[in-house]
Design a binder for this molecule. Structure first.
Ligand SMILES: [Cu+2]
Length: 217
């Protein structure tokens, strides 16, 4: 299980926009401790408490519903962000059964899925990390990062997450990754930004990727 406290509190981002109501963009670049781009990192942006920063919906809004597919015994996508209170559906696009489960305290469930089946929505009321597996195929894993943050995005293969449509205000950014080293010192970064668009760069200490294992059959 992923220990708590691995969320990296990164930045208090101040976006100054005296009169207009701009749609600011934050570009987050995440790398591992060897400087390689880190995909599947979840970047969240929240209003800094007590600053009155609004949190309206925008283009970068954290999804309130997601669908995780299973194709060729792989969860797609492998990492998603979900707004607390939102829901996830699972689809089996393979021609074999899967047995999807979570033992995570945030939300436990399990269900067998037959080929072509899409599940009913599963609601995730509490923030936290939900580790998903398949009881039939040990090599399958996915993560749902349930968050109260209004905005979030998962980094792509280039290690970047671009969050657009943010209002003016002061924000706090966090970054999480499934392979963050246990007890790693979370990187902290303070930023003051004088323009609407800004960027943050983050290095995360991560464990090596899990080696693909030989199939069990
Ligand atoms: Cu499976």
């Amino acid at each position: 299980m992923i220990p708590r406290g691995i969320r990296a509190l990164l930045a208090a981002v101040a976006l100054f926009a005296p009169w207009a109501v701009p749609a600011a963009t934050i570009t987050a670049t995440v790398a591992d401790d060897q400087g390689r781009p880190l995909a599947d990192a979840v970047v969240t942006i929240s209003p800094e408490p007590g600053t009155g920063t609004p949190s309206p919906d925008g283009e970068a809004s954290t999804p309130i519903s997601v669908t995780i597919d299973q194709k060729s015994e792989i969860f797609v996508p492998a990492v998603v962000a979900l707004r607390a209170g939102g829901s996830a559906m699972f689809r089996d696009s393979d021609n074999i059964r899967h047995h999807v489960y979570s033992f995570s305290p945030v939300r436990r469930f399990e269900m067998v899925q037959t080929p072509g089946e899409t599940s009913a929505p599963i609601v995730f009321p509490q923030p936290g990390v939900v580790a998903i597996g398949c009881n039939i195929h040990d090599h399958m894993s996915a993560y749902i990062f349930v968050t109260a943050a209004p905005w979030s995005k998962v980094t792509g293969a280039n290690g970047q997450a671009v969050l657009t449509g943010l209002p003016a205000g002061r924000f706090v950014a966090t970054v999480w990754h499934p392979r963050l080293r246990p007890r790693a010192e979370p990187p902290v970064q303070n930023l003051s930004l004088a323009t609407e668009n800004s960027s943050i760069s983050v290095t995360l200490p991560v464990l090596p990727p899990r080696r693909p294992r030989a199939r069990d059959y």
